[in-house]
Design a protein around this ligand. Structure first.
Ligand code: ADP
Ligand code: MG
Length: 249
């Protein structure tokens, strides 16, 4: 299936941004398989911000790689905006390129490109060069870095680099942004600023986020929290919107 994501009928637009159904991921090798994720069910609505918390080794990154279509589960199904996504390389590549924004612990910016060019990388679906540049500029401005567009990653602070990564992830208007430990390499002031920016862009653009972190301060700022222990999700289904206002106040 290669869906035309720009032409979704309205019923699909009301579907959850992402749904994981009965996902299990076992790593083979050694005497017995290591089961990193067990029968995980997760539904993330448009506009949701979900914190995935849990100790190191509990399976957060494994689940995020599956949620971001970077890795394929051993069993279970994945649904994006109401469409079941199959595991063919062609589909997975299209989904990652067009519908998923990624933010990583190490920022993953291209060191020889400027901040603006890095954001443009998220927009290579846009063939019109002028429109691509305009959109990238607007996204950099939205993360407060309009004055840094010519800087390369090495000339930016960690917090600024992560804001560029966030602008790149959001520029394609993804169904969901998958962020694995986005504040782990930041000091507390920058970590707080990135968390506030996530909440602000979520509020203005309505983009869903799934954020794995063991940073308690970050998670305290986020409205919905799911715990992972030994590969098992422990979901708190209700979304507490009021908490956002309290935490970023
Ligand atoms: P977390 O992100 O919560 O720290 P991970 O998803 O990275 O947890 O790891 C969960 C478990 O799966 C750990 O026991 C880890 O050693 C194991 N694991 C992760 N990736 C691989 C892999 N590629 N091959 C084998 N085992 C892995
Ligand atoms: Mg991890």
């Amino acid at each position: 299936m290669i869906a035309d994501f720009a032409m979704l009928p309205s019923a699909q637009q009301r579907a959850p941004a992402l749904e994981l159904r009965d996902i299990t991921r076992a790593y083979e090798g050694g005497a017995e398989a290591l089961v990193a994720v067990r029968h995980a069910n997760l539904s993330i609505q448009r506009g949701d911000v979900v914190a995935l918390v849990g100790p190191s080794g509990s399976g957060k990154s494994t689940l995020l790689n599956i949620a971001g279509f970077l890795d394929t589960p051993t069993s279970g199904s994945r649904w994006l905006e109401g469409i079941e996504i199959d595991d063919t390389p062609r589909t997975l590549e299209a989904v990652r390129r067009e519908r998923i924004g990624f933010v990583f612990q190490n920022f993953n910016l291209v060191s020889v490109l400027s901040a603006l060019e890095n954001v443009e990388l998220g927009l290579f679906m846009q063939r019109d060069k002028r429109k691509r540049r305009e959109k990238a500029r607007a996204m950099l401005a939205a993360v407060g870095l309009a004055a840094r567009e010519k800087h390369r990653p090495g000339q930016l602070s960690g917090g600024e680099q992560q804001r560029v990564a966030l602008a790149r992830a959001l520029a394609k208007e993804p169904a969901i942004v998958i962020a694995d430990e986005p504040t782990a390499n930041l000091d507390s002031a920058n970590a707080h600023a990135v968390a506030e920016l996530i909440l602000a862009t979520n509020a203005s653009l309505g983009t869903a986020f799934l954020i794995a972190s063991h940073d308690e301060r970050l998670c305290a700022q986020l409205p919905r929290r799911i715990e992972m222990r030994d590969g098992v999700l422990h979901t708190q289904p209700e979304t507490n919107r009021e908490l956002v206002d309290i935490c970023v106040a």
